[in-house]
Design a protein around this ligand. Sequence first.
Ligand SMILES: [Zn+2]
Length: 219
Amino acid sequence: MLDAERFEHRPHSTLIEIHPPGDTAGQSFATQLLDKYQPSAVVFIEKTGPNAKGVHHSIMGTAKNPDETGHAFHLAEAAKTRGIVTIGVGDGGNEIGNGLIYDAARQIQPYGITCQCDCEDGVVTVTATDVLISASVSNWGAYGIAAQLAYELKNADYFQSEEMEDFMLRQCVAAGGTDGAYAAQVLYVDGTSARTQRALVAMLREIIENGFKTVHRGF
Ligand SMILES: [Zn+2]
């Protein structure tokens, strides 16, 4: 991990701020982050948001311990108050952003209306964002945004390579990450193999690069 000073001088690097667990900590962290970075947009990728009763759920309908969960929805609400664009990326209905399609998500999702915990109010969050991107795998929705940004900024290298994708997945597994479908430390993302991640990245990268080309077909 880089400190803030080195981050300034390292292209293609990411600065990580660890979101604290708990509701009260989430509130103050939201204000701190927005004050410090003054962002143009805030993007939430597969971050759970609360349902109408304030309970965070897993996609399997079980409740999350509020004291061990990052209450990032405060960041969404604070950003909206300041007029900052908010984008949510999700694949299950329980993630920040899905409040935008609350009724539909409750109908579609198996635990949408009734969950497996005592709140009995379903897993779908009430937290909406300005834009919601639904993808079968949340990562892929985020890759779509990244690919479009790389195209708009006229630099395909702003999007990851297949090698980097493979490296990131291996690092996640090595750090203890488990696949969402198999609940095991395997080179899979929501039940899809590393080969599929590389293929998707290769396809998106080629779309970006083709977008920069002008092909003269000779007639
Ligand atoms: Zn519940």
